[in-house]
Design a protein around this ligand. Structure first.
Ligand code: ADP
Ligand code: MG
Ligand code: MG
Length: 256
């Protein structure tokens, strides 16, 4: 679905990503782990097309309708509409716009772009009901301004609700576990797992192994100073939980 080759990206003069190689196939869940400041959020934002980052080297190929597309030729909004979803580490509040309106408009924008039929407000409420139930969210959330005054856990659930509505092909979830208590974490994981299919893929950025007890990844990668220094299966996350990152960083330092 997406193939990243030798990706370098910078902000101003500071190079943050220093040669990332990563291939994600449809149906897979990849976890990106690594110490603070390694470039995990940067990687998600570069894939989503955040304007602050300049790609200085490398390629990202994105497969749409069995055709290979140069991802950098798509603007951020086109990437979103063609199925790349970025969940934020810190979801934004949009006072003055109801959650319902926001979801409906995002959904219809995406339909318009993809030539799919749009939905009216009444049908959309019905469409949302099972998704709210899945995430154990009260319908009252729909009529509140987007994320305004939501608790950390509620913002994260709302993000998964947005994802459930848009049904992305590639979901990039950045620190979806931060600030969640164990019950909220389980509900978020349930939402992510319910959306897993052989047609879509997820890149999950997480500090902690805990989330990976509930969303079991196919591949785990450790990012450090802008490079993937180790990749493995789900057992790598368990090893990191037990031993931390230091041993890997030392091994990496010995290699270079
Ligand atoms: P992570 O998500 O792994 O914690 P980030 O991608 O947020 O890491 O950050 C990687 C590095 O890039 C850090 O050293 C951070 O300070 C730096 N960085 C991120 N955003 C900016 C910015 N807007 N300006 C300057 N440096 C930045
Ligand atoms: Mg961080
Ligand atoms: Mg981050």
């Amino acid at each position: 679905m997406i193939e990243i080759k030798n990706l370098h990206a910078k902000i101003g003069d500071k190079e943050i990503l220093k040669g990332i190689n990563l291939t994600v196939k449809a149906g897979e869940v990849h976890a990106i782990m690594g110490p603070n400041g390694s470039g995990k959020s940067t990687l998600s934002k570069v894939i989503a097309g955040h304007p602050s980052y300049e790609v200085s080297e490398g390629t990202i190929t994105y497969k749409i309708n069995a055709k290979d597309k140069n991802l950098f030729e798509l603007e951020a909004d086109e990437r979103a509409k063609s199925g790349i979803f970025l969940g934020f580490q810190y979801p934004v509040e949009i006072p003055g716009v109801s959650n319902f309106t926001f979801l409906l408009e995002s959904f219809n924008e995406t339909c318009k772009y993809n030539g799919a039929p749009e939905m009216n407000a009444e049908d959309f409420r019905k469409f949302l009901k099972p998704k709210l139930d899945l995430l154990e969210m009260n319908e009252a959330f729909l009529d509140r301004p987007v994320n305004t005054g939501f608790s950390g856990g509620e913002k994260k659930k709302n993000e998964i609700l947005q994802m459930a509505v848009l049904n992305p092909r590639l979901a990039l979830l950045d620190e979806t576990d931060s600030g969640l208590d164990i019950d909220a974490l389980k509900i978020v994981a349930k939402g992510v797992n319910a959306l897993r299919s052989r047609f879509n893929a997820t890149i999950l950025v997480t500090h902690y192994q805990r989330l990976l007890d509930f969303i079991v990844p196919d591949h785990v990668h450790v990012l450090y100073q802008g490079q993937i220094i180790r990749s493995g299966g789900k057992e790598l996350a368990l090893e990191l939980e037990e031993k931390g990152y230091e041993w890997l960083i030392k091994e990496h330092a010995n290699k270079i």
